[in-house]
Design a protein around this ligand. Structure first.
Ligand SMILES: [Fe+2]
Length: 163
């Protein structure tokens, strides 16, 4: 979790300390989302085997959706007076997702690795819904809820390949 940074002045009426905590949480989830989108691309590029085309397309769709989440998370952090910490170096320090294996090629291998990463991200996001709601920020909670629902759907689409 990054340290609480000083916020810029805004007329947003959420209390300063609440915004500080939310910015910190948003940056933690942002780091995971940027990591996860790169993992989806890694799977998109390297998957091989009988389900090649459907998995190649699905991993790309996942990367695109996750990149859109990153955008919303980063912009919410800035709306609350914070700095979005989205550089590769900052993300590398902050993401708590396991490193995606570089030696995978099979469909099953990528489905297993990527579904695990999606599920780990999903757990963080679901937990963040309650965190934001506990700070009385229904809007950030709503953003996390929207992302959580989309992650559950992506997880279904990916896991269906091994069920
Ligand atoms: Fe591509």
């Amino acid at each position: 979790m990054p340290t609480a940074a000083k916020l810029v002045t805004t007329k947003n009426d959420l209390p300063y300390e609440v915004r500080q905590n939310l910015v910190q949480r948003l940056n933690a989830v942002l780091a995971q989302s940027i990591d996860l989108a790169a993992q989806a691309k890694q799977a998109h590029w390297n998957v091989k085997g009988p389900n090649f085309f459907s998995l190649h397309e699905l991993f790309d769709k996942a990367a695109g959706e996750i990149a859109a989440f990153s955008d919303d998370l980063a912009e919410r952090a800035v709306q609350l007076g914070g700095i979005a910490e989205g550089t590769i170096q900052a993300v590398g320090r902050a993401s708590t997702l396991p490193e995606y294996p570089l030696d995978l090629t099979t469909g099953n291998g990528h489905v297993e690795a990527f579904s695990s990463a999606l599920a780990a991200f999903g757990r963080t996001v679901r937990e963040s819904i309650d965190y934001a709601a506990g700070l009385n920020d229904a809007d950030t909670a709503d953003l996390f809820t929207e992302i959580s629902r989309a992650v559950d759907k992506l997880l279904w689409l990916v896991e269906a390949h091994q069920q």
